[in-house]
Design a protein around this ligand. Structure first.
Ligand SMILES: [Zn+2]
Length: 609
């Protein structure tokens, strides 16, 4: 998940590049722990006609897009259990494919609901350099078709997206993932538009994410797996995962689905992975990546990510992160075990899962938690299965760096903090989005939020917000973030009579996607559309007043209004900087005059409380 620049590239010096090439691409990685496990038996023998392209390399390399799709086409042609269809196109025009494995041979996601079975949707390659899921999924599909595992489909459907970020997948190189031990050829993290799909769930700017949201809507998965690889620290865990409201510690929007994950999924995954020789753990981040003893944190996330988004739209969603320092072979096998066990769990406890999802979709909580912090919630302590390390002063960084020693070590009683919400949003009855914001209306429709569209203009009294102290959030080096100028803001409530033109929409919150609509439309939510820069135009003042006009106007205001005069004098006495700033002084009067733009910083969405 983290971003460190490839060491050989950051200096751009030929001599350094040559030195790195001579020593092998990643000789600087910490030592790998020896590993063997029962999951090694999953690997096809060389004479198996359905050996996957990755298995042919001993699970050291991964096939390109064309070879992956060609292998899947061949599989589909050979078995009635597996079908494949295009569900969208990338920015560069590549087809995005979803593979459907069902007993009934369903050929489209919408047909899945017909058999009444719960559907597992596993998605590989949202970060296409983290491609373990693709090669694991191909092996599992092979075993469903020809390896005696068709029984997995008796009580569940399996949907599989082998390569989500297909353009990034083809920006392949041996030099893309410096923290990661294989495969030899790795795709790139972002899309051809340099967008990170793993920040794009709510704003849905990319054609890839728009297609994925369409697939989620069409297939209605009972469980959604988002398959990644994480770097960060060295530790013993090879398979880590997380979902919202883990252990019931911080309730979010789908508490009943999370309870199902706690009760059935979590123990089943841990047991299956341990039995297969893997070391499962909860996904976390270090508080300080130079000092593990400061502890770790883990918990709910924002809806720009799959798990936060899934929670808001009541699709139980699990983030899987294999550990980048483990060899590719070990990671693919662990991912296989994870997907297979998830499919089994969904089949065995599908009725309970579907009941939980229905209850979450029917619930209308008064408060929606948002703006999750990082490790600012309640603290527990865990015995952490880590790796021993020592510190040394690096002549490169000039400070203490960590050197991992390749020796397992238990860090007893390590601090684990959860995340806590920075804000609880109130649930109003409805929002009114004016027709002047077509891109906002389009995003709501894309997500499947139900809307009522005005055929005629309507005038009504609504609650509204004026932004208070809005701040553009600069990305690295004050550049935009994900191609957008993101914004955080406080809000002040006011009541206004507004006319909404024809084409405006009313968005009732009494609907299954009501929670999602609230988070998209409440400006104080960090992942709201305002937060993502969809309303940046309201930050600009567009009418002005000249100094030679405002000065006499201000003098008249002072003469006519003793209360205003007292207020002005108090401000002069209390604020020296203001007192010395003639422009600020005149601005103060302009803001209190009838000439001032009363739509300045006014969020144009109306709210029915
Ligand atoms: Zn990732």
């Amino acid at each position: 998940m983290r971003i460190f620049r490839p060491l050989c590239r950051s200096f751009g010096l030929v001599v350094l590049v040559s030195a790195c090439l001579a020593a092998g691409p990643q000789d600087f990685l910490p030592p790998a722990l020896p590993w063997h496990g029962a999951s090694e038996a999953l690997i096809a023998k060389p004479d198996n006609p359905w050996i996957t392209p990755a298995e042919k390399t001993g699970l050291t390399d991964s096939p390109n897009y064309d070879d992956t799709i060609a292998w899947l086409r061949k599989l589909c042609a050979a078995t009635p259990l597996v079908k494949m269809m295009e569900f969208g196109r990338t920015a560069q025009g590549r087809a995005l494919y979803v593979v459907m494995a069902t007993k009934e041979g369903a050929a489209a996601p919408a047909a899945l609901t017909a058999n009444g079975k719960p559907t597992l949707l596993a998605q590989a390659g949202i970060h296409s350099g983290e491609i373990d899921g693709k090669d694991a999924g191909l092996m599992l599909l092979r075993d469903i078709a020809f390896g005696g595992k068709a029984g997995l489909l008796n009580h569940a459907n399996f949907l599989f997206v082998p390569i989500f970020n297909a353009d990034g997948h083809e920006r392949s190189s041996e030099w893309n993932r410096p923290n990661q031990r294989g495969p030899v050829h790795q795709g790139w993290r972002t899309t051809a538009q340099n967008l990170n799909l793993n920040r794009d769930y709510v704003k849905a700017d990319s054609p890839e994410m728009q297609a994925m949201i369409g697939l989620l809507r069409a297939s209605g998965p009972a469980l959604y797996l988002d398959l990644h690889v994480t770097d960060g620290l060295d530790y013993q865990y090879d398979i880590t995962y997380i979902y919202e409201n883990w252990g019931g510690e911080q309730p979010a929007s789908s508490p009943r689905s999370s309870a199902w994950l706690d009760r059935y999924f979590h123990p089943a995954m841990d047991a299956a992975l341990k039995q297969a020789g893997h070391i499962p753990g909860r996904y976390f981040d270090p508080t300080n990546d130079r000092d593990l003893t400061e502890g770790i944190y883990s918990g709910n996330s924002s809806p720009r990510f799959s798990t936060g988004y899934g929670d808001l739209r009541h699709i139980p969603s699990v983030l899987l992160e294999t550990h980048s320092l483990k060899p590719y072979r070990q990671r693919v096998l662990g991912t296989y075990v994870f997907i297979e066990s998830a499919l089994r769990s969904v089949g065995e406890h599908g009725a309970d899962l579907q009941t939980a999802i229905a209850a979450d979709r029917a619930a209308r909580p008064d408060k929606i938690p948002v703006n999750w912090g990082s490790g600012d919630g309640p603290e527990t302590h865990v015995d952490f299965l880590g790796i021993a390390y020592e510190d040394y002063v690096s002549p490169a960084s000039g400070v203490k760096e960590v050197r991992w020693l390749g020796q397992p070590k238990v860090y007893a009683g390590l601090s684990l903090k959860s995340n806590k919400p920075g804000l609880l949003l109130e649930r109003p009855k409805a929002y009114w989005v004016p027709a002047t914001k077509p891109e906002v209306i389009a995003r709501l429709k894309l997500h499947g939020v139900q809307l009522e569209t005005l055929a005629e203009p309507r005038t009504l009294t609504v609650s509204m917000y004026r932004l208070v102290n809005p701040k553009i959030q600069p990305g690295e080096g004050f550049h935009p973030f994900e191609g957008r100028h993101t914004l955080t803001t406080g809000v002040q409530r006011l009541t206004r009579t507004e006319t909404f033109p024809a084409g405006s929409v009313r968005v009732p919150t009494d609907q299954p996607l009501g929670d999602l609509a609230i988070v998209m439309l409440e400006p104080a939510a960090n992942d709201s559309l305002l937060g993502w820069g969809f309303f940046s135009e309201i930050l600009q003042r567009t009418e002005y007043i000249e100094g030679y006009v405002v000065a006499p106007m201000a003098e008249k205001m002072l003469a006519d209004n003793p209360k205003l005069k007292a207020e002005f004098e108090a401000k002069l006495a209390a604020d020296e900087k203001f007192a010395k700033d003639p422009t600020a002084r005149l601005q103060w009067f302009y803001e209190r005059s009838k000439f001032y733009d009363d739509r300045y910083l006014l969020y144009p969405v109306g709210i029915e409380r």
